[in-house]
Ligand binder design. Structure first.
Ligand code: SF4
Length: 395
């Protein structure tokens, strides 16, 4: 089977990848369908990474016969793409290594499907999805997805996109294979060193599928209340959705709060809402700029040229020119040591980097500055209070 073209994947009205959104805000999918589907550079880069990951996986699992020469030529083509970034190689390797680890954990070779389209219309009207990798063996079903982004961590736990893929796989394969346990995993190397994993029983998954049927039916019909929340982040309507705007701007109500000082419970609420407000304001400015650039009218606003930057038209010619004017050539170049993060990219794999630099103590990890995060953030909480052990030296 040849590689699929990821950018041309068809989309259902209720997509599995958007389930997090339409399950919370049921009218969102119909509203989004009225708006243009724009793509970002990050999304295109993600598509490229998925294609590279698929190529590597098919070859590693023997699903695609390729000579070393043909494979090397294909990888070179990816590396020549302007969206390619050096860590894409190590990150897609991490995805392939993880899957190979699962495949080799079975006593007999499991069934494997790569980039398999699964029908989920039994639960979500007219819906389907494409799972990056499905593995079945020993009454276990694995659904594995690769995520290239780093802005938003995507945990596997109770992830509706993965659960919908799993439901589709369960339906497609349960006649052929007995499946008792479902494992979902998300490999997001830019966020986590290890993939995020979560397991549930097939019976629990099926019960969840039944529970979302009425919600999916409402979403398909465009019924229900608009419900703003953190799921608005990737909604096509996020800039000008009235429910979102009204929800965000209601922060002004706090101005009339009594007594004169607000309490920490109110601070917590305002911080949460203010965070959404900042993100929304940026996207609103982008939307208004796009509108005026295409000739539309946003009263009181116009597009102007931003601050430009200076660069050499021909760097070699410019340096020769400066030297002729008496500038010492040695002053024209800087020699700076690379960072530990840049050094990692010089190794063939993260594992090798760790063995050579971290395990030998040449790179030590330093804690980052404390930062405020919402309670649901997966990192453990810290404080600067002295513990009894620190105070008394463990005596
Ligand atoms: S922006 Fe938020 S509230 Fe508005 S339609 Fe999209 S998901 Fe719903």
């Amino acid at each position: 089977m040849s590689q699929i073209v990821h950018a041309e994947r068809a989309h259902a009205l209720l997509s599995a990848s958007g389930a997090h959104r339409w399950l919370h805000c049921t009218p969102s999918a119909r509203l989004e369908a009225t708006l243009p589907d724009t793509t970002s550079e990050a999304a295109s880069r993600g598509t490229l990474a998925h294609e590279l990951a698929e190529l590597k996986l098919r070859r590693a699992l023997g699903l695609e016969q390729m000579t070393g020469q043909k494979y090397a030529a294909a990888v070179r083509k990816f590396k020549a793409n302007e969206l390619y970034e050096p860590d894409m190689d190590a990150n897609t390797d991490a995805y392939v290594d993880f899957i190979q680890g699962i495949v080799h954990s079975f006593q007999t070779p499991p069934y494997i499907a790569v980039e398999r389209r699964v029908d989920i219309s039994a639960y979500v009207p007219e819906a389907f999805g494409t799972s990056d990798c499905i593995i079945i063996g020993g009454k276990q079903l694995y659904i594995i997805d690769y995520k290239n982004g780093q802005g938003v961590p995507v945990p596997a736990q109770e992830n509706p996109q993965m659960m919908l893929y799993a439901l589709g796989a369960l339906q497609a394969y349960s006649l052929l294979y007995a499946i008792e346990t479902v494992h979902v995993a998300i490999v997001q190397p830019k966020v986590w060193d290890e993939p995020s994993e979560w397991s549930l029983t097939a019976a629990e998954l099926l019960a969840w599928g039944e529970s979302i049927k009425p919600i999916a039916a409402r979403a398909f019909a465009g019924e229900g209340e608009y419900a703003p929340g953190e799921h608005c982040g990737f909604c096509r309507a996020r800039s000008t959705c009235r429910a979102r705007v009204e929800g965000l701007l209601s922060i002004e109500d706090k101005a009339s709060l009594k007594p004169p000082m607000i309490g920490w419970d109110e601070v917590a609420d305002i911080l949460r809402r203010g965070d959404g407000l900042v993100k929304w304001y940026s996207s609103l400015k982008e939307a208004a700029l796009a509108e005026v650039l295409k000739g539309g009218d946003v009263p009181g606003w116009k597009a102007v040229e931003g601050r430009g930057s200076r660069q050499f038209a021909d760097i070699d010619a410019a340096f020769i020119h400066m030297e002729r004017y008496g500038i010492d050539g040695a002053l024209l170049y800087e020699r700076k040591p690379i960072t530990a993060a840049a050094a990692e990219k010089l190794f063939d794999s993260k594992k090798m980097y760790k063995q050579v630099l971290e395990d030998t103590g040449h790179v030590v990890k330093q804690s980052g500055a404390p930062t405020l995060a919402p309670a649901e953030d997966l990192r453990p909480s810290i404080n600067n209070q002295v513990t009894a052990e620190q105070a008394f030296g463990g005596q």
